[in-house]
Ligand binder design. Structure first.
Ligand SMILES: Nc1nc2c(ncn2[C@@H]2O[C@H](COP(=O)(O)OP(=O)(O)OP(=O)(O)O)[C@@H](O)[C@H]2O)c(=O)[nH]1
Ligand SMILES: [Mg+2]
Ligand SMILES: [Zn+2]
Length: 337
């Protein structure tokens, strides 16, 4: 549940949204139950959810063959990438069961409630760009989230063509990214203007990947560059703020020629980790792990306690100042939430 306190107005809005959601769910259940009991459905078969449209999903039985489906009342929180049992119908099928997931990426919604974004994924591409400028600690927040759910993250810096015009910015990006390869994270650089997406193609091969990141960093543009037939809508940045304009509204899965699948997801405003506590965040900084449990005090916060193993690792350069700062920043943001 949310640790954030809601103002009265926010609370009222949340309640209104929940009432509307309940009404929609009741309508949806009617439609699904009618289809199930109406006897006009095909046999049960397995399928893959490739897109989510509010109360319905698109389910694929084989690559390129899909149908819109209602969702049976007892199934909650289906997301793109879920494997399901479904029955074809005319014109709309029905999802009758959800199969187990081997992984799920979630994030808190604006009310702080954890919501799944995509299921059964092998790797998370954290997409950033010079513009819109990354929020403070955004990459580390995503890395922590990926580590905690055990899905391999890859950092993807897009729009590198913009760095050609600005050597100071190029320097800044290089400095920000320098630390990650040494921690074992792959960092890729791309531009849809300059081509050269071979390394990205290679990294996507034979795996299920999801693009996440701020609105406007070019996630959908990259999908279009990799797979022109996807024809996803892309949106220019706002002229005033140079921020994204939330163009993609639903996660959608595509099959790539190289054998992998790729899920494009809606950009986020803020990637909070409100659902985590300090111990999760510690574990999410992978270079901290060998040192955790070795501090003098069991509840050490790694600030200025004597005998702190994390501070000792900082002294010996096994942990960098910037990652320790990032850890502290994230933990403080959790405490303020
Ligand atoms: N210069 C440059 N612009 C790019 C590049 N990739 C994307 N863009 C532009 O960035 C803007 C945003 O692109 P989108 O693909 O809509 O971004 P998104 O991450 O999908 O955004 P949301 O769907 O809102 O999350 C568009 O104007 C694109 O043309 C790039 O490599 N270089
Ligand atoms: Mg998009
Ligand atoms: Zn410590």
């Amino acid at each position: 549940m949310s640790k954030r306190k809601l103002s009265r107005q926010q609370a009222w809005r949340v309640e209104k949204i929940q009432r509307e959601r309940a009404k929609r769910a009741a309508r949806r259940d009617d439609a699904a139950e009618q289809a199930v009991t109406g006897g006009e459905l095909g046999p049960e078969q397995e399928g893959l959810v490739i897109a989510h449209y509010g109360t319905q999903v698109a389910v694929e039985s084989a690559p390129g063959v899909s149908q819109r489906c209602h969702i049976r009342a007892n199934i909650e929180g289906l997301v793109t990438g879920d494997r399901v049992v479904w029955c074809a119908g005319d014109p709309i099928g029905v999802v009758v069961a959800q199969l187990d997931r081997n992984s799920v990426l979630s994030r808190p919604d604006p009310q702080g409630k954890l919501k799944a974004v995509a299921a059964n994924i092998d790797q998370i591409f954290v997409v950033i760009a010079p513009y819109p400028e990354p929020h403070a600690n955004l990459v580390d927040r995503y890395l922590v989230a990926s580590e905690v759910v055990g899905i391999e993250p890859v950092i993807l810096v897009n729009k590198i063509d913009l760095l050609d015009e600005d050597p100071a910015l190029r320097e800044q990006v290089a400095r920000l990214m320098a630390i990650y390869p040494g921690l074992g994270y792959q960092v890729l650089y791309t531009s849809i203007k300059q081509g050269g997406l071979q390394a990205l193609h290679q990294a996507l091969r034979e795996r299920v990947s999801v693009f996440v990141g701020q609105s406007g960093v070019g996630k959908s543009s990259l999908v279009n560059a990799l797979l022109p037939q996807a024809q996803l809508r892309v949106g220019a940045l706002s002229e005033n703020t140079r921020k994204g304009t939330h163009t993609t509204t639903t996660a959608q899965l595509f099959h790539l020629d190289c054998g992998g699948s790729l899920i494009d997801s809606p950009g986020i405003r803020e990637f909070g980790l409100w659902h985590m506590d300090r111990l999760d965040v510690e574990q999410g900084f992978r270079e901290f792990r060998p040192h955790l449990g070795h501090c003098k005090f069991r509840d050490c916060r790694h600030e200025q306690e004597p005998g702190c193993a994390i501070m000792a690792a900082l002294e010996s350069s096994e942990i960098s100042q910037s990652r320790l700062d990032s850890y502290r920043h994230i933990v403080t943001s959790l405490e303020l939430a």
